[in-house]
Design a protein around this ligand. Structure first.
Ligand code: FES
Length: 178
């Protein structure tokens, strides 16, 4: 190979490498919000176990980090859930977590303690104490979220943690929007 041809090839190769070094981080930067938006936040602590009583649903706000495009916001409210504690063994308590958002069109579901029912104020869907649809336009039962109870911390306190997600409204089956 002539010296000139060799130098030209070498220069083209180096230019290509420099181009890639600039383009790849740029693409990763542009895609970052999408990656963050779809990322799993994992379990989020929402309440102490002692704050729950059997037969008395507790509404709690879920707090977590949020991203708005490229801007990171400190922990703030990302949603609300109902926590339910079943009667039973104190050493092995059973809890469930139901989404506050109505599966019909997304209003916030209330709990009527005098009738032990969940009710949606917008179009009168009613759910039983376990979140099962009784009547009304809701196309399905209340949406359930994964939750767990931690081991006791240094003060002997156990905590309820929820894997928060959002669900599509207006469709018969439960579909995640994540
Ligand atoms: Fe709940 Fe319509 S939004 S019944």
């Amino acid at each position: 190979m002539h010296r000139r041809t060799f130098l030209k090839t070498l220069a083209a190769g180096l230019n290509g490498l420099i181009g890639l070094a600039v383009v790849i981080p740029g693409i990763r930067f542009l895609l970052d919000p999408l990656r963050r938006a779809s990322r799993d936040r994992g379990f989020i602590r929402v309440a102490s176990l002692t704050s729950l009583s059997a037969g008395r649903p507790l509404r709690v706000t879920v707090l977590a980090d949020r991203w708005d495009a490229y801007i990171h916001h400190p922990p703030g409210p990302i949603g609300n859930v109902w926590l339910l504690r079943a009667d039973g063994d104190e050493r092995d308590p059973k809890i469930r977590c139901l989404h506050v958002i109505c599966p019909h069109l997304g209003c916030a579901i209330d709990y009527a303690a005098d009738r032990s029912t969940f009710n949606c104020p917008c179009h009168a869907s009613e759910f039983d104490p376990a979140g099962r649809r009784r009547f009304g336009p809701s196309p399905r039962d209340m949406d359930e979220l994964e939750c767990r109870i931690t081991e006791p911390d240094d003060h002997g306190e156990r905590w309820v943690e929820v894997k928060y997600q959002e669900f599509q409204t207006g469709v018969p089956e439960k579909r995640s929007t994540a």
